[in-house]
Design a protein around this ligand. Structure first.
Ligand code: B1M
Length: 236
C-alpha cells in the first residue's frame, strides 16, 4: 500500500518479502509487477496453487477489507482486479496441466446484475485443473443464458457465483426455472460467493454451497461420484 512507488528489485527479496510485495503490488494495481513476482516464485519452485492462495487471493482479501472500509474505491479496485487476473493468467495453464482424464462437465457463470468474476474464474481454473471440462458463460447471466448453456452443453454440474447480497437471490430464480423446464434433476447445482452460506444454498434448493475453489473441486468430485454410484445402483 505504497502510494509512492520506490524501485524495488523483486529478485532481491526473500520469499516472505516477495509474497508481501506481490500483495502490495496487487493492492496498488501494478499488473506488470504482480506478473513478475508470480514468475519469480514459480522459478523458485513454488506450487502454482500456493502462489494463488498465499499471494493473490490473500492480496485481494486485503483489497476487499479496504474497499469495505471506504479506503479504496471502485477505480482502484478495478486496477487491483486486473493485476490479480494478470497473475492468474500465468497460473491458469499450470493449474490445468494435470493430464487428468475428464471427470465431468461444468457450466459456470456469475448471476444477473453481478459483474464480479475473479472468484468464478478461479473456481473454473481449479475445476479444469482437477479434470473437469468447464464452460464459462461469463458474468451478468440471466435465466435464458443459463438455460441456453445447459441445453447446448448438457453439463453434469451448473455452477453459479454471486458476490452481492442483492444478486444472490437470483440463484433461486434460476433454480426455479430449472424446475419449471423439468430439468432440475439433470444437473448438480453448486453455488458460491462471499455473501452465501450453506443455509442459503439449502433454502434455494441448490445441491451444495462451496466456500472456496478448493471446496468447489472436492464437492464437484464427491457429488459426481455419488451420482455415478446412484446410476450404477439403479442399473443393477
Ligand atoms: Co465489488 N463488492 N462491488 N467490485 N468487490 C464486494 C463483493 C464487497 C463485499 C466489497 C465490500 O464492501 N467489502 C461489496 C458487496 C457488499 C454486499 O453485497 N454485501 C461490493 C460492492 C458493494 C460492489 C459495488 C456495488 C460497488 C459500487 O459500485 N459501489 C460494485 C457492484 C458491481 C456489480 O457487480 N454490479 C462492485 C464492483 C467491483 C469491481 C468491478 C470494482 C471489482 C470486480 C472486478 C471483477 O471481479 N472483475 C470488485 C471487487 C474486486 C470486489 C472485492 C474487493 C473482491 C472480490 C474478489 O474478487 N475476491 C469484494 C470484497 C470481498 O469479497 N472481500 C467486493 C477474490 C475472490 C478470489 O474471492 O470472489 O469470494 P471470491 O470467490 C471465492 C469464493 O467466494 C468462492 O470461491 C472463490 C475462490 O476461492 N466462489 C465460488 C465464488 N464464486 C463461486 C462459484 C462457485 C463455487 C465457489 O460455483 C460452483
Amino acid at each position: 500500500m505504497s502510494g509512492e512507488q520506490e524501485d524495488i528489485d523483486l529478485r532481491e527479496l526473500d520469499d516472505p518479502e516477495l509474497v508481501k510485495q506481490i500483495q502490495d503490488d496487487l493492492y496498488d494495481g501494478l499488473e506488470a509487477e504482480v506478473r513478475e513476482g508470480v514468475e519469480i516464485l514459480l522459478e523458485r519452485g513454488w506450487e502454482p496453487y500456493r502462489i494463488l492462495t498465499d499471494a493473490l487471493v490473500e492480496g485481494m482479501r486485503i483489497v476487499g477489507v479496504d474497499f469495505r472500509d471506504g479506503i479504496l474505491f471502485v477505480p482502484e479496485v478495478l486496477l487491483s482486479a486486473n493485476a490479480m487476473k494478470a497473475g492468474m493468467a500465468i497460473l491458469r495453464p499450470l493449474l490445468a496441466e494435470t493430464g487428468a482424464p475428464t471427470i465431468g462437465k461444468v457450466v459456470i457463470g456469475t448471476v444477473k446484475g453481478d459483474i464480479h468474476d475473479i472468484g468464478k474464474n478461479l473456481v473454473a481454473m481449479m475445476l479444469e485443473g482437477a479434470g473437469f471440462e468447464v464452460v464459462d458463460i461469463g458474468i451478468n447471466c440471466d435465466v435464458d443464458a443459463y438455460l441456453r448453456a445447459l441445453e447446448e452443453h448438457q453439463p453434469d454440474i451448473l455452477g453459479m457465483s454471486a458476490l452481492l447480497t442483492t444478486t444472490m437471490p437470483y440463484m433461486k430464480t434460476v433454480i426455479e426455472a430449472l424446475h419449471k423446464h423439468g430439468i432440475r434433476e439433470r444437473h448438480i447445482v453448486l453455488v458460491g460467493g462471499a455473501p452465501l452460506n450453506e443455509a442459503f444454498a439449502e433454502a434455494i434448493g441448490a445441491d451444495a454451497y462451496c466456500r472456496d475453489a478448493a471446496v468447489a473441486v472436492e464437492t464437484a468430485k464427491a457429488l459426481i461420484a455419488r451420482r455415478h454410484n446412484q446410476l450404477a445402483g439403479a442399473g443393477a
